[in-house]
Design a binder for this molecule. Structure first.
Ligand SMILES: [Zn+2]
Ligand SMILES: [Zn+2]
Length: 264
């Protein structure tokens, strides 16, 4: 087996998942290697960036003022602070690359396995059927499967999107919470009484979608709901400081087109 593998490596050297350049170690070349972990001090509830002077693990002002319906957030990277992560997520979306989603899912599974209970139960944030048809596949479900495989977890598709909503990145959406309110429901008559669950998504911006999903899971009896995401995209830079939970949207032309088309 080892000899066969070495022979295959000589004949067909590994290629970077992003640029397809030959690479000897791992699935990414040195130019496209991803950071090991999330940057800077973080709020444990929403994984939002805290000002550098605030100790890691302090609740952010937004979570103190408006506690979200989820208990904890784990993230691999920061969407704005760690541009390599943004590049990978956008590439996976644009190309519909199953291999790249699998790799990103493995990285998320590593984060989850170091912080969650054994055999965690993962619930993908659902996508409306019409959006699945438009995209051709459900990337969050693919991500959740790869994450579960890495951390020996289980995927439970407990929720479905019951109402088509405007994209959360749409400049016409003034209130993201109102936009997604009552837009998720159970896929079946489920009882999740006393269960601990982890919502899985690719990017979390305001947290409104995750909050709405967490509320739907609590209505089914869930005792504890965590969120695990590839990247956290809250706040905006202003004079070198992150304004956590800021509701000021980035100008539309700062958002890649695929990001604008997100509905969840
Ligand atoms: Zn590369
Ligand atoms: Zn927070």
């Amino acid at each position: 087996m080892g000899l066969l593998f070495e022979l295959a490596e000589c004949l067909w050297p590994s290629r970077c998942l992003l640029c397809e350049a030959p690479c000897s170690e791992g699935p990414l070349c040195s130019k496209h290697a991803l950071p090991q972990k999330l940057s800077g001090p973080r709020c444990p509830r929403c994984a939002g960036r805290l000002p550098a002077v605030i100790p890691d693990g302090t609740l952010c002002a937004e979570c103190r003022r408006h506690p979200p319906a989820f208990d904890q957030t784990l993230a691999c990277w920061d969407y704005w602070e760690q541009p390599a992560a943004r590049e990978h997520i956008l590439a996976a979306k644009h190309r519909g690359s199953a291999a790249l989603w699998r790799y990103l899912g493995v990285r998320l599974g590593e984060v989850l396995s170091s912080a969650a209970e054994e055999r965690p139960l993962l619930v993908p944030v659902p996508t409306h059927l019409s959006r699945k048809i438009e995209r051709g596949y459900d990337w969050v479900a693919s991500l959740a499967c790869a994450t579960a495989a890495r951390c020996d977890g289980e995927v439970l598709s407990a929720l479905k999107k019951i109402r088509l909503t405007r994209s959360q990145g749409d400049p016409l959406v003034a209130d993201r919470r109102r936009n997604v309110r009552a837009s998720f429901g159970p896929t079946a008559r489920l009882s999740l009484k006393g269960r601990a669950l982890w919502l899985v998504d690719d990017v979390m911006t305001s947290g409104a979608t995750a909050g709405e999903c967490a509320r739907a899971l609590r209505r089914l009896g869930a005792d504890r709901v965590g969120v695990c995401i590839l990247a956290r995209a809250n706040g905006r830079r202003s004079g070198g400081m992150i304004l956590a939970g800021s509701k000021v949207a980035r100008p539309r032309n700062h958002l890649p087109e695929i990001f604008d088309r997100r509905v969840d």
